[in-house]
Design a protein around this ligand. Structure first.
Ligand SMILES: C[S@@+](CC[C@H](N)C(=O)[O-])C[C@H]1O[C@@H](n2cnc3c(N)ncnc32)[C@H](O)[C@@H]1O
Length: 312
């Protein structure tokens, strides 16, 4: 009988250790929920076995069945050979302590905006005054749905121009039973909503990767939809169009919170007289700003942000 080098692997702990060694040797790139080989291996192994991420150590000595071993060997190979991110292999990603169904047609959730949702967007917005929120570029619906769960009386417009994203958002909203408060809409940024003050908060993690970073993307990120990442030469194509649309649609006490990631310097260079507040995060993350309706409207008035051509 042929002996395979993986035959000695027996326990859950064996597989986590072996996967981590393979990931390390292959020089994988992390960034879809973990930042090192061991955590990545644990996420793949535990997720595949439908076990919680905080599984007590005693269970790592558990033996695996033949089917479990075969599935894990195939998945570990897939992660290494194809550089496929773990959430796409599992069909599920974590955000705000919740799981969201995903596939390669939607971005894997990882926005630091999760931290703001946990506080109901305070102090940048007063949770008591929030009635209607828009999530622009909703992807799998993670921000919209987590916000609806954190703020049980708000209505959320979950907007995207990708049919697959809208389908995932509807499915994930149903899973958390918030389909009645999360309105899923096909929209070019905010264009589907009336151009009048109707939103107390606009939150957006739009595409913001610049051309140079797109050209140098690690293989893992190339599994994600290009339209969810790429935003022109300076990475500001989406946010540049979002600013005037937001200025029209925020209520007087409204706030826009948007992410531009490493594009913060480019944003400051593009809008030197638009005073925004760059937010800080306990769990890491950069390039998220908050700006209130009055400031946006003054900037629009002064020609500091682009004027709208129809709803371009
Ligand atoms: C960076 S992903 C964010 C997804 C999700 N909000 C998250 O945080 O994981 C950007 C999303 O914006 C969508 N998008 C890109 N251009 C858009 C546009 N012009 N109008 C609406 N959505 C757009 C993409 O389809 C994608 O789902």
């Amino acid at each position: 009988m042929e002996v395979s080098s993986t035959d000695p692997l027996r326990t859950l702990g064996d597989f986590v250790r072996w996967a981590a060694s393979r990931f390390q040797a292959a020089g994988l790139h992390y960034g879809h929920g973990t930042d090192n080989a061991i955590d990545e291996a644990a996420a793949l192994v535990l997720g595949s076995l439908n076990l919680p991420a905080d599984l007590p150590a005693v269970y790592f000595d558990s033996a695996l069945t033949h089917d479990e071993r075969d599935q894990l060997l195939a998945r570990i190979d897939e992660r290494v050979r194809h550089r496929r991110p773990v959430p796409y292999i599992l069909g599920e990603a974590w955000f705000c302590g919740l799981t969201f169904g995903v596939d390669e047609r939607v971005l894997i959730p990882r926005s630091p905006i999760a931290e703001l949702i946990e506080s109901g967007f305070a102090p940048w917005s007063d949770p008591a005054r929030l009635q209607r929120i828009a999530d622009v570029g909703t992807g799998c619906g993670c921000i919209a749905i987590a916000a609806a769960l954190a703020l049980p009386s708000v209505q959320v417009d979950a907007l995207d121009c990708s049919p697959a994203a809208l389908a995932w958002t509807a499915r994930n909203a149903a899973r958390y039973d918030v389909g009645d408060r999360v309105r899923v809409q096909d929209s070019d940024l905010l264009a589907a909503l009336p151009p009048e003050p109707c939103l107390d908060l606009i939150v957006s993690n739009p595409p913001y990767v610049d051309a140079a970073a797109m050209a140098a993307l690690p293989a893992e990120y190339r599994h994600e939809p290009r339209d969810a990442l790429a935003a022109g030469e300076d990475g500001l194509d989406a946010v540049r169009r979002l600013l005037p649309q937001a200025a029209e649609r925020l209520t007087d006490h409204g706030v826009l919170i948007a992410e531009v990631g490493h594009g913060a310097a480019a944003f400051e260079a593009a809008f030197p007289r638009l005073p925004v507040t760059w937010l800080e995060f306990e769990r890491g993350g950069v390039g998220v700003f908050a700006v209130d309706a009055a400031t946006l409207r003054a900037a629009a008035e002064a020609g500091e942000i682009p004027r709208l051509h129809g709803d371009d």
